[in-house]
Design a protein around this ligand. Structure first.
Ligand SMILES: CC(C)(COP(=O)(O)OP(=O)(O)OC[C@H]1O[C@@H](n2cnc3c(N)ncnc32)[C@H](O)[C@@H]1OP(=O)(O)O)[C@@H](O)C(=O)NCCC(=O)NCCS
Length: 173
């Protein structure tokens, strides 16, 4: 199976915050942002494997700044690492203010997808090749993040999480 370059999974979506997306303070609802993130990351994962993908886990989303009615939300998604059937997708989230045009990065988010066949059974995906420094950094960290989420999901024993244990051991020295 031919490996895929991280840049070939790059996906950008842009959304205008409309009244039906906001709360009574005129701020974007968190659930709406989660939905936009789900779609952008699903497209990136699909570009990696060209198969049906399902969301296995939503990881590491926090809402650091309110996003206002009329703002533009720009989501940049890229697969950060592929495993057997699963892919981690890393997203950078920017807000472009309607009046000034200023674009600021407001958050990062990570989702995990699994490629499945028509019966919903997990199937093998290609390896990912990181090229830039940032892609390589996110690729390396993905193994530890995978171990952490599988432990929390009860799918891995803590003693099997070799890279995660090595990280804690290094920090205790
Ligand atoms: C995701 C799903 C396909 C995994 O199926 P499963 O039978 O648990 O499969 P396995 O335990 O063999 O795991 C398959 C892969 O999923 C990954 N996975 C399973 N649970 C996970 C979790 N909680 N977090 C991250 N990855 C997970 C495994 O690590 C494995 O990845 P790998 O092949 O790269 O090693 C299955 O749970 C599913 O279909 N879930 C519903 C998906 C869905 O409908 N999403 C939308 C929700 S509205």
């Amino acid at each position: 199976m031919k490996s895929i370059l991280a840049k070939d999974t790059y996906t950008v979506t842009t959304h205008l915050v409309l009244p039906e997306n906001t709360n009574t303070l005129g701020n974007l609802m968190g659930g709406q942002l989660l939905n936009w993130l789900d779609i952008a990351s699903a497209i990136a994962a699909h570009r990696h494997c060209r198969r049906v993908v399902v969301t296995a886990a939503v990881n590491n989303v926090s809402f650091q700044h309110p996003i206002k009615l009329g703002d533009l939300v720009i989501i940049e998604a890229k697969v950060s690492r592929a495993f057997s059937s699963s892919m981690e997708v890393f997203m950078d989230i920017f807000v472009e203010h309607s009046s000034t045009g200023a674009k600021i990065k407001c958050n990062e988010a990570i989702y995990t997808f699994v490629a499945v066949d028509q019966l919903g059974n997990p199937i093998q995906v290609p390896d990912l090749i990181p090229e830039t420094e940032e892609e390589k950094k996110r690729f390396e960290g993905a193994l530890r993040r995978r171990q952490l989420r599988l432990i929390l999901a009860g799918k891995m024993k803590p003693e099997e999480a070799t890279e995660l244990k090595a990280l804690f051991a290094a920090q205790n020295q």
